[in-house]
Write a protein that binds this ligand. Structure first.
Ligand code: ZN
Length: 670
């Protein structure tokens, strides 16, 4: 690992201790193998003068739940150093008392709560203290003879602290262990199964010591891996799975959708399932002893709140597998809770899918991303630990204490409340503009993840945000439709909502002059493509969470206009298709409803010129023409999208086969 220190950047801090602290904290935060998603913490001790000119020593320590990668000065909690130090001298201290006393000792009540390791930072008698959960070091400690190895690697200048629950207990332990220690003879401190501390009065020295300690551990792991590979003794060998599935066959994707549904049921709400079929995950999942190594425990104890203590192992029947997991989790809870506490939801956060890779689950894209990142690091650590003679992380008892520790659970609550379509997977066609685009945005805003399909190739980069994939697809091409549906399931783990919207509005032609080409094209896009798309989606929708189809129809179904035979007939057929689908799919729990919009002018069809000429035709101004309906209101794509999303959601949970106009009131429709 290379030092990222830049003398030029450091000089910009102007010698300000806190600015330098922010700078090197971010350097640590940039290395995912040092700290992941809020792991690790740093501090600096600096003198200040209070309002009355009195000098005070302040410990600026990372606020709880902050992230070193993006931290700034406001992310540090300023705690009076003497109070924090005296807290370490107490024989015992409850979590509540620790948090309250620390908050009371802050010189800025608006700052975040100090990290749970604040007292430990106060105990270390140096200005700068850096703490990471470095993968390489923790991996070595998570082995059978971890402490001996650490001792052999680093020698006497490294303090080795046996595992103790983080928070007051750990701070107290370090305080006791170091009372007689000559700190000047220490380069750092390794906390078994947890992480590393370095310290110095100089920001650069403390930071670079961390880098050096981690580099030594990394080269140790590399050397050992090589030796082990050359011996090929007890090394775990992959089974003979095909590790590179080139196509995702239907049975495989249906298996994934079943897994996602079962996990969602156990979780009490829809989850996104991210399948990682890449080489590394697939190779891990194919290890002969994968069940044993994957379920031994987490890389560091704080990961347990994200991943649970062990993953689900997929066998043949996903529903039975999830059931087995929840029973095992409840047993784990009962074993350690001693009749106290309340069991958290018993759903797995990730799964090992032998031969296929791993699957991460989460209620939001952010959650699923965090789980997937942690798991990726864990797999590497497990393999390295096995190469060192045996992966041996903390026992479940210790993980339980952290998982059910209120100070850790508080971090999860920052995630926010769940949205109406949280964790749902949706597919929208005609998504590059107008109603389709508005549907994608509304679904996403309500918590769903979305596959946005369109024939326009700009769709691929139109929605540059996590939780939306743009897929180029000509809905009249059955193969492209199949591929797009499969891509959706592969990416998000299933399918719950289909908004079948793609359509065209052909130029006005009377029946007498109607060209065959106009007719065929309209029937193909406005009718047949919807049938094929629905057909492709049914196997996955029937494995979805409260699945629902919304068809975007047209006012023309109930109130056709002259010159629009090709359009009106295709849309009428589409409405009829939806009615039959409602009848056929009810037994699978799939609802099918239709919205009939009219006069939605913010779509690609309605250019200002077309709008002006139409208005003129009726002797109206453009404004009058736009709201030419019983309620005299203008209807926007967003209005239609909100109705479509409502129909896909719980408000319409008991409605199927309905056709709802959204047209401001039309006397011909009423
Ligand atoms: Zn830590």
């Amino acid at each position: 690992m290379k030092s990222r220190w830049s003398e030029r950047e450091a000089r910009r801090c102007g010698g300000d201790p806190l600015a330098l602290r922010v700078y090197t904290s971010r350097l640590l935060g940039q290395e995912p193998t040092l700290v992941l998603h809020g792991g690790g913490n740093t501090s600096v001790k600096a003198p200040v003068r209070d309002l009355f000119g009195e000098p005070e020593e302040i410990l600026y320590v990372k606020g709880s739940g902050g992230d070193l990668k993006t931290i700034d000065a406001s992310g540090f909690s300023p705690v009076r150093l003497d109070v924090a130090r005296r807290m370490a001298e107490l024989e015992r201290l409850s979590d509540t008392a620790m948090v309250t006393t620390q908050r009371a000792a802050m010189i800025d009540p608006g700052a975040p709560n100090p990290s749970v390791e604040a007292i430990l930072h106060a105990v270390v008698p140096f200005c700068y203290v850096d703490h990471t959960h470095a993968d390489a070091v923790v991996t070595i400690t998570n082995t059978r003879d971890g402490a001996d190895r650490i001792h052999r690697i680093y020698g006497k200048r490294m303090l080795i602290v046996p595992y103790v629950m983080p928070g007051f207990l750990l701070s107290r332990k370090v305080y006791e262990m170091t009372r007689e220690v000559d700190w000047s003879r220490c380069d750092g401190m390794v906390l078994m199964n947890h992480g590393v501390f370095t310290f110095a009065d100089d920001a650069r020295v403390s930071y670079e010591r961390m880098i050096r300690i981690v580099t030594v551990a990394e080269s140790y792991l590399r050397r050992t891996a090589k030796t082990v590979a050359s011996r090929t003794s007890h090394v775990v060998r992959p089974l003979s799975y095909d590790l590179r599935p080139t196509t995702y066959d239907r049975s495989c994707l249906e298996q994934l959708a079943r897994l996602r549904r079962a996990v969602s049921c156990a979780r009490g709400g829809a989850v996104v399932a991210r399948w990682e079929p890449g080489d590394e995950a697939a190779a891990f999942s194919a290890l002969r002893n994968v069940t044993s190594v994957a379920t031994r425990g987490t890389l560091t104890p704080d990961h347990v709140i994200r991943t649970k203590p062990f993953p689900l192992i997929v066998r043949r029947n996903p529903e039975a597998d999830v059931e087995r997991f929840t029973v095992a989790y409840r047993r784990y809870f009962a074993r350690h809770a001693n009749g106290k506490l309340t069991c958290l939801d018993p759903a797995p956060r990730w799964a090992v899918w032998p031969g296929r890779g791993i699957v991460a689950f989460g209620r939001s894209m952010q959650d699923v991303g965090i789980v997937a990142d942690i798991v990726r690091h864990t797999l590497r650590a497990i393999r390295a630990g096995e190469a060192l003679g045996g992966w041996r992380p903390l026992p479940q008892r210790a993980l339980f204490d952290v998982e059910y520790w209120e100070l850790e659970q508080a971090k999860l609550k920052k995630g926010g409340a769940s949205l109406p379509l949280q964790g749902k997977v949706a597919l929208v066609t005609g998504a590059a503009s107008g109603i389709g685009k508005a549907c994608v945005e509304t679904l996403r805003a309500q918590g769903a993840v979305v596959a946005a399909l369109d024939i326009d190739r700009r769709i691929v980069s139109l929605f540059a945000q996590p939780g939306i994939i743009g897929v180029r697809c000509d809905v009249t091409d059955a193969r492209q439709v199949d591929a797009a549906v499969q891509e959706t399931v592969r990416h998000f783990g299933g399918l719950d909502i289909l908004i079948s919207n793609a359509g065209i509005f052909p130029a006005s032609e009377s029946i007498a002059r109607l060209r065959q080409e106009t007719w065929n094209r309209s029937v193909s896009v406005n009718l047949s493509s919807h049938q094929r798309l629905l057909q492709a989606c049914i196997p996955y929708l029937s494995l979805g969470i409260e699945p629902s189809v919304v068809i975007i129809g047209s006012k023309n179904v109930a109130a056709p206009g002259p010159g629009a035979a090709a359009y009106s007939v295709a849309k009428a057929g589409l409405a009829q298709l939806a009615r039959v689908a409602a009848l056929e799919l009810a037994s699978s729990g799939i609802r099918v409803n239709v919205v009939h919009p009219n006069q939605v002018f913010d779509t690609a069809i309605w250019t200002p010129q077309v709008l002006a000429s139409r208005a003129k035709q009726y002797g109206l101004s453009v404004e009058q023409y736009k709201s030419n309906n019983l309620l005299n209101v203008e209807i926007t794509s967003r209005d239609v999208a909100q109705l479509a999303c409502a129909m896909a959601g719980s408000l319409f949970a008991k409605t199927t086969g309905a056709q709802v106009p959204i047209d401001g009131g039309n006397d011909r429709v009423i």
